[in-house]
Design a protein around this ligand. Structure first.
Ligand code: NAI
Ligand code: 15L
Length: 266
């Protein structure tokens, strides 16, 4: 049944911008939040600017929401200070606000970079030990563990989605394996808010691609069936992207070039 109010954090970002209107059927009101400009609110939308590092502001942001799609945060490698404020403090603030305001179901945008040091010749399921590929990946593991602790302690439900690469198209050959279309992400979020009992599953966010690193068998009960396949973009990528040497991080590790990124100092 339709929620009264769905909160989307990070709504000014790539995924927020793309999914904002595509999730509008899920709730009577979509509350959009970010530190960046969100443009004008459509009739069914409300805009609530908020820095995730501000605990009191996040508390007020979450109050009155029946569901949360948590996209907000640093979305690539960064300095510790930025990662800490947005992805560590921010996630803590979000879960504390959810605990105080009726446990709205959460979609947590985790990342393949939580497991980025698994190799591309391995197929992993949602039970593997994390192998984060940098501070960003570590922050996503932190978020996954917050979800787990608040589920076991308080019954807070979260869909932990280890997103591969969710863009309008795969931008590199690596993304032929990691790509998740916007349409498939929408259908995943629909399932998350539809199922009567969610719990705290870890789900790989990936389309029905031919080359596979991730096994979602253990979350088949969710009934999510991605429809899109990156193969339709292979010829275009063959024409636009040079082939990497066989030992390049982009063709060795699931996390690609993030595994070779240094620590970003201030
Ligand atoms: P993005 O960087 O385009 O959007 C993130 C948004 O969060 C930005 O609009 C930014 O202003 C906002 N934000 C950052 N720090 C904030 C703070 N302290 N307070 C409030 N807002 C803040 O990233 P994108 O691609 O839209 O990703 C959304 C989420 O999904 C991120 O959490 C990212 O880590 C995760 N993700 C995305 C993937 C993708 O392929 N697009 C892959 C894996 C994970
Ligand atoms: C991510 O976690 C990033 O948010 C996104 O920008 C892409 O880099 C993606 O992973 C990826 O690994 O392709």
């Amino acid at each position: 049944s339709k929620m009264n109010r769905l909160l989307i954090t990070g709504a000014a970002g790539g995924l927020g911008h793309a999914l904002r209107s595509r999730l509008s059927h899920l709730a009577h009101t979509i509350r959009l939040s970010d530190v960046a400009d969100l443009g004008d609110a459509a009739p069914h939308e409300e805009i609530v600017p908020c820095d995730l590092a501000d605990k009191a502001a996040v508390d007020a942001l979450v109050e009155g929401c029946d569901g949360i799609v948590h996209f907000g945060g640093k979305s690539i490698e960064g300095t510790w200070e930025v990662i800490r404020d947005s992805n560590i403090e921010g996630v803590y603030n979000l879960y504390e606000a959810a605990r105080k305001h009726g446990h709205p179901r959460i979609v947590f945008a985790s990342s393949n970079h939580a497991v980025g040091f698994y190799r591309q010749d391995q197929v992993i399921d949602n039970t593997v030990y994390p192998q984060p590929d940098g501070l960003y990946g570590v922050s996503k593991v932190f978020g996954e563990m917050m979800a787990s602790a608040y589920w076991n302690k308080f019954g807070q439900e979260t869909a932990v989605v280890r997103i591969g690469s969710s863009f309008d198209e795969p931008k590199t050959h690596r993304m032929l394996s990691s790509w998740m279309s916007y349409g498939d992400f929408v259908s995943l979020i629909e399932r998350v808010f539809d199922v009567p009992r969610l719990g705290c599953p870890v789900i790989y966010g990936v389309s029905d691609n031919d080359t596979v690193w991730w096994d979602n068998t253990k979350v088949a009960w969710l009934g999510w069936r991605p429809q899109d396949n990156s193969e339709t973009f292979r010829a275009k990528l063959d024409a636009s992207e040079a082939k990497f040497p066989g030992d390049a991080p982009d063709v060795v590790y699931q996390g690609g070039s993030f595994t070779a990124d240094g620590i970003h100092e201030k």
